[in-house]
Design a protein around this ligand. Structure first.
Ligand SMILES: [Ca+2]
Ligand SMILES: [Ca+2]
Length: 254
């Protein structure tokens, strides 16, 4: 009896200037996906949720356009353009003590001081964020992409990526924010850039009015393209995607 074992381990080196290959295919719905948008199509201004519970409503000039990260994407001019998802943690009820929001984003050079890629809160124009915010909030004084959890009466719980938003202009980048027992985390291109350990509670208000793509409640919008938005009820780790991608075991029995 002869055993021949081949281990083929492919480690992806992810550093400055290299593409993030870990999620270089569109997602499929898994048990922790509560909403997933491929932005490949829209019918009468409504784009489907691959999970099926929370289709997105296009507002302003928001349009499904060629040139997405995978197939088509969501094209936004940065003024009044966004997609309303509703409260994705209701109907059916999902846990909120941990979670992840993420998107592929190609920012245009016309970035305003404050922009929101993904946010939750009141309706657009309702002037109250309430939950997650992925983008840049000018009054924090940081020029960087950040992820925050907003908690009324407690202030914003910020994880600052340390990466100036201007450095992200012009190319596709995978951006993610997580909350839960590990703290508030911000990920850029599959690398954990910062953790705020001071806040390990969940979403302050599971009854937030709506999630928004490309804007937040105060009307701050994001110019550029967004694709492949996924919202999950688990605090995902993207580092795991850097583990060996293939293990080949050949068992020869003669
Ligand atoms: Ca797409
Ligand atoms: Ca517009």
């Amino acid at each position: 009896m002869q055993y021949v074992v081949f281990f083929l381990s492919i480690f992806m080196c992810i550093g400055a200037g290299t593409a993030y290959a870990g999620t270089n295919v569109p997602y499929v719905v898994d048990t922790n996906t509560i909403a997933l948008y491929h932005f490949d199509e829209a019918t009468l201004g409504v784009t489907p949720d691959a999970v099926g519970n929370h289709p997105g409503t296009l507002n302003g000039n928001a349009a499904i356009s060629a040139g997405g990260k995978f197939g088509n994407g969501l094209l936004l001019d940065g003024s009044g353009d966004f997609v309303r998802l509703g409260n994705v943690h209701q109907d059916p009820v999902k846990i909120t003590w941990q979670g992840t929001v993420e998107a592929w984003v190609k920012l245009s050079s016309a970035l305003p001081p404050t922009f929101a890629v993904l946010a939750s809160g009141r309706e657009y124009g309702g002037y109250w964020d309430d939950g997650w915010f992925l983008g840049r909030w000018a009054t924090t004084g940081s020029p960087n992409l950040s992820f925050m959890i907003w908690k009324e009466g407690f202030g914003m719980q910020v994880a600052d990526s340390g990466i100036a938003a201007s450095e992200l202009v012009g190319g596709w980048h995978h951006l993610a924010g997580t909350w839960g027992p590990a703290g508030v985390q911000v990920w850029v291109d599959g690398v954990l850039k910062n953790t705020n350990f001071n806040y390990t509670s969940g979403l302050p208000n599971p009854g937030y009015q709506t999630a928004l793509v490309g804007a937040e409640s105060n009307g701050n919008c994001t110019p550029g393209m967004i694709d492949e938005v996924r919202i999950s009820d688990i605090q995902r780790s993207f580092q795991a995607l850097r583990l060996p991608s293939a293990v080949l075991l050949l068992l020869l029995d003669d």
